[in-house]
Design a protein around this ligand. Structure first.
Ligand code: MSP
Length: 520
């Protein structure tokens, strides 16, 4: 990762289409961004986390038609579903983008007018194959080995029409140079290489309009009222407009100069080329924004090796999964079972197994037994750490310090699963320490009372640190764990919180074991 902007860590995500309700892939992306945002906040950095919904375009218009309602109403209903899910999953965003917002529309039109005035747009007649699903004209390059437009393009129709085009080709050499000069433009780097290859190959300009006769649901071109703006051009601008770009709203939106650029611009691998890797930087450059965002490209959750389709979306409805495993149980699985940048296969049995093994058995049990023993043997009040520590206590403390360092190093590199691995090593070591020190035996021998004091302090320390480290991933559960340990709100990522006289709270299972089979 490169340098961050001066004060505020600006993280944003792809905005989700409101043509269908959210599925597990959408949930993953928001949780990933939220975890990164929370981690930065917890380390004392100021953060602005932007997310939202992509409400215009043909897909939304078509879904609305099918449902027999106006596009605005349809988009509003799906938007409400996304918002409710984000609240349920604890997604703590600071800015919310809706592309039907008049502030966004005004700023997009202002950019379009500028591009028009500076000669970057031109009108031309074009005939060709058009993918309704992808909302774009296709070329022969898009044909498969059989010479056909494959099923990924959905319905393909032949149309001839006049439209407005954006001179992408004029800026292509600049983009190639930018990519070469900024190895951290795209994370992970293999995606940056893919982008560089695509930029070297791809030619042609971008059609940025749709005739109103065909599509009414979009932002009108300010200089030609018979057209609306192509949905991607409109949607991509959200990252700037909701960061205050060209805002005339008297301060309701952030200060763009202060916030820009995005330090981590979270998108899925499917929308890097061409949208975020080519159109978006060129749009910024043409509009006069010189500093480019940094793209964080994640992989996909698949289902049995295949793409999560709309119908499969029901099987992996994140709302229902959060009901079954808790929002934090779901967040944990989504962060633990995928490497950022790679794909993974969603499997509810694994989610359940991880919940039981990692959360109920390992973390939950560590805190539960620690608090219970502190209450049973010391009525909940601890002695401070002894001046002369035992060897095994010193070893556990060293392991904990190492885990905390590795956690932050992995998070800095967006590798949340590796960060969690480090915490689970600490948890395993702490549970091992319970077994080897056997407090229940120490409690029987008054001569070993000092050792029992030490063991309890060490366990509370280790459990508190583990709970504090996992807080960005499982904020609500971690808050409960910390409360039970008597350390509500103490998110310090270091050892040494326990002072003499520290009182623990009550022990209550935070991750009750799931005994029943997963409902089919
Ligand atoms: N509306 C566009 C983005 C416009 S941004 C200016 C869009 N929307 S989407 O709803 O189709 O996808 C939103 C995000 O969810 C994308 O980053 C996409 O990669 C991500 N995911 C959609 N399905 C996914 C999985 N199965 N797994 C992980 N993320 C996936 O694209």
């Amino acid at each position: 990762m490169g340098e961050m902007s001066a004060q505020t860590f600006f993280i944003t995500t792809a905005i989700d289409y409101t043509n269908a309700p959210p599925h597990i892939g959408h949930a993953y992306e928001k949780v990933l961004a939220d975890v990164i945002a929370r981690w930065h906040r917890e380390r004392g950095r100021s953060v602005f986390f932007l997310t939202g919904v992509d409400q215009h375009g043909q897909k939304v218009q078509q879904s609305a038609e099918k449902a027999g309602v106006a596009p605005a109403e349809f988009a509003r209903d799906i938007t409400a579903k996304f918002k409710a899910l984000w609240q349920k999953l604890g997604i703590a965003y600071d800015g919310w983008a809706e592309t039907t917002d008049p502030r966004h529309i005004a700023a997009v039109q202002d950019v379009l007018q500028q591009l028009h005035d500076q000669g970057d747009l031109y009108k031309a007649r074009h005939s060709g194959h058009y993918s309704v699903r992808q909302e774009q004209f296709l070329t022969d390059k898009d044909r498969n080995a059989q010479g056909e437009f494959g099923p990924e393009w959905g319905e393909v129709v032949f149309i001839e029409e006049e439209n407005w085009y954006f001179r992408l080709s004029k800026y292509r050499p600049w983009l190639a140079e930018h990519i070469a000069a900024h190895p951290d433009f795209v994370f992970p780097s293999f995606r940056g290489n893919e982008l560089a290859n695509a930029v070297a190959k791809e030619a042609g300009d971008l059609c940025i309009s749709r005739p109103k006769s065909r599509l009414g649901w979009g932002i009108e071109l300010p200089f030609d009222r018979d057209f609306v703006t192509y949905v991607w051009f409109d949607a991509l601008m959200n990252y700037a407009t909701f960061a205050g770009y060209r805002a005339t709203n008297g301060g309701q939106l952030p200060d763009f100069q202060q916030l820009w650029p995005c330090d981590a611009h979270v998108i899925g691998k499917d929308i890097l080329i061409p949208a975020h890797g080519i159109y978006w930087p060129i749009m910024l450059k043409a509009a006069g924004v010189e500093v480019m965002p940094r793209l964080l490209v994640h992989g996909w959750w698949n289902l049995g090796g295949a793409k999560v389709s709309k119908s499969a979306g029901n099987v992996v409805d994140p709302d229902a999964l959060a009901d079954r495993y808790g929002a934090d149980g779901l967040r944990y699985y989504l962060m633990r079972d995928i490497a950022t940048g790679q794909d993974a296969d969603f499997n509810e049995e694994r989610l359940k197994a991880r919940y039981n093994a990692d959360l109920a058995n390992d973390l939950g049990n560590l805190v539960n037994r620690t608090v219970s023993m502190a209450r049973r043997y010391r009525e909940g009040t601890l002695a401070g750490a002894p001046s002369d520590q035992s060897e095994d206590a010193i070893a556990l403390q060293a392991l904990a310090a190492d885990a905390a360092v590795r956690f932050d190093a992995a998070m800095q590199n967006y590798q949340v699963h590796t960060a969690l691995d480090a915490v689970w090593e600490l948890i395993a070591a702490a549970n091992g320490f319970v077994e080897s020190s056997a407090p229940w035996k120490l409690a029987k021998d008054p001569a070993l009372s000092g050792r029992l004091d030490e063991v309890l302090v060490v366990l509370v320390e280790a459990a508190r640190l583990a709970a504090a480290l996992v807080h960005p991933v499982m904020p609500r559960a971690a808050d409960e764990l910390l409360g039970q340990l008597g350390f509500a709100g103490n998110l310090a990522n270091s050892w040494g919180a326990v002072a003499a006289g520290h009182c623990v709270g009550e022990a209550k299972p935070v991750f009750p074991r799931l005994e029943t089979d997963v409902a089919a």
